[in-house]
Design a protein around this ligand. Sequence first.
Ligand code: NAD
Length: 308
Amino acid sequence: MKVGIIGAGQVGSATAFALILRGVAREVVLIDSNEKKAEAEALDISHATTFAYASKVRAGSYHDLDNADVVIITAGANQRPGETRIDLMERNAAIFKSIVRQIVENAPNAIILVASNPVDILTEYTLKLSGLPKNRVFGSGTILDTSRFRTLLGEHLGISSKSIHANVLGEHGDSEVLIWSNGDAGTLPIATLGVDLNRPITPEVKARIDDNVRNAAYKIIDGKGATFYGIAGGLTRICQAIATNENAILTVSSFHEDVEGIKNICLSLPTIINKNGIEKVIYPRLSDEEHALLRASAQKLKDYVQMP
Ligand code: NAD
């Protein structure tokens, strides 16, 4: 698979590195307004290809996106300490106008995968700017939050996070919704498994996990200025599902006509991903409280999008 990455910053270069090391991409083109940075990152990553799979990484221009299967947008400002993802909107929307136009001109058949924040709003914006069908424009959404949730549940239960099916839905941001009512592992609901393993999921455990999922980015940014390895893993996982036509169910952000009564909004729901991009969205089974929280998350995004 050929992948273009717009933005060779921390997220873009970590993603290129992960794509190469995992053998998901055979060719990666890094594009950045700072050409020197893109060239340096591509050169550095290319020196790892000897230890990975036969693949090519290079810096390029938009013309080099020809025949790209996927173009990932990671360009733009990232959160400063204390800033929310939504605070980034104005700065990032301005640069998306020119980026999306050039992607569509040079790679008209590519799937566009948005990672820049606020990812849900920028996904909707990219869909509008690109004019592409909605199966071919989506965002990384809560794939990272879902991974954080599974990791913490796995640590608490003492089992592999890969054996846990539990999801975070809604906004990739402060209003995201951890779905406690429907997680399972080894055929058992996670709450039942917790009791069986003598590691019950008490209200205190839930509150601690919720805080660590919801506020993970703030904590990481406070410590090292940015988050990038987790999202690089998530973006690589999405590309793998596309490259192998996998029909994997992942929580990504896409356009929905109706979420809990809120119309025409991008946010994350469980989604089947294959070579076409989005094959189908699976509407989740939720508790009454989770329905209300998902509605509030959708409303928050809608209010923002409708702001003058
Ligand atoms: P960064 O500052 O390290 O990199 C951004 C890069 O974009 C820079 O190299 C910059 O030169 C480049 N750039 C700016 N304008 C451009 C343009 N018009 N064309 C091409 N390149 C341009 O930032 P980062 O840490 O890599 O974060 C990038 C984005 O990813 C941020 O919006 C951040 O919030 C987001 N992010 C998303 C997730 C997620 O889960 N979706 C996780 C982490 C970070």
